[in-house]
Design a protein around this ligand. Structure first.
Ligand SMILES: [Zn+2]
Ligand SMILES: [Zn+2]
Length: 133
């Protein structure tokens, strides 16, 4: 799969505001300047989830994100087809939009939520057996 390098002209699929590129460890995603939702090309979300500190990309307000989360019929900014709404397979309370060809859109706060669960899972398994009786 190949992605267009011209990601700077994207506009937000949710609120139609502009997107600004943000990088973490060489991975560049786009964040909406309006609703602060995040666009991840291809499997960038999975990749970033495993990188320490990547939640800093998701600096938008989760409260704002939840409000926009109700607005769920959005089209892919690349191919304009309606995106599928899907829940994270592990954390079924987190819903995001996906275009199987181009990427994933998450409302502000959703990526942090996903990431947080990953961290606390790790922590839980780390603490297992070390907890005082
Ligand atoms: Zn937006
Ligand atoms: Zn698409």
């Amino acid at each position: 799969m190949k992605f267009s390098p011209d990601i700077h002209s994207l506009c937000c699929p949710k609120c139609r505001d502009g997107m600004e590129p943000l990088s973490h460890e060489g991975v560049t995603i786009d964040r909406c300047t309006g609703c602060e939702g995040l666009w991840f090309d291809g499997n960038e979300a999975d990749h970033l989830k495993s990188l320490p500190g990547s939640e800093a990309l998701d600096s938008g307000s989760a409260r704002k994100g939840r409000r926009y989360n109700e607005h769920d019929a959005i089209n892919c900014p690349h191919c304009a087809r309606q995106m599928e709404r899907t829940a994270d397979w592990k954390q079924t309370h987190i819903w995001f939009e996906i275009c199987r060809e181009h990427g994933v859109f998450m409302d502000a706060g959703e990526f942090t939520d996903l990431k947080h669960e990953t961290l606390s899972d790790k922590l839980r398994s780390f603490l297992k057996g070390h907890r005082p009786a």
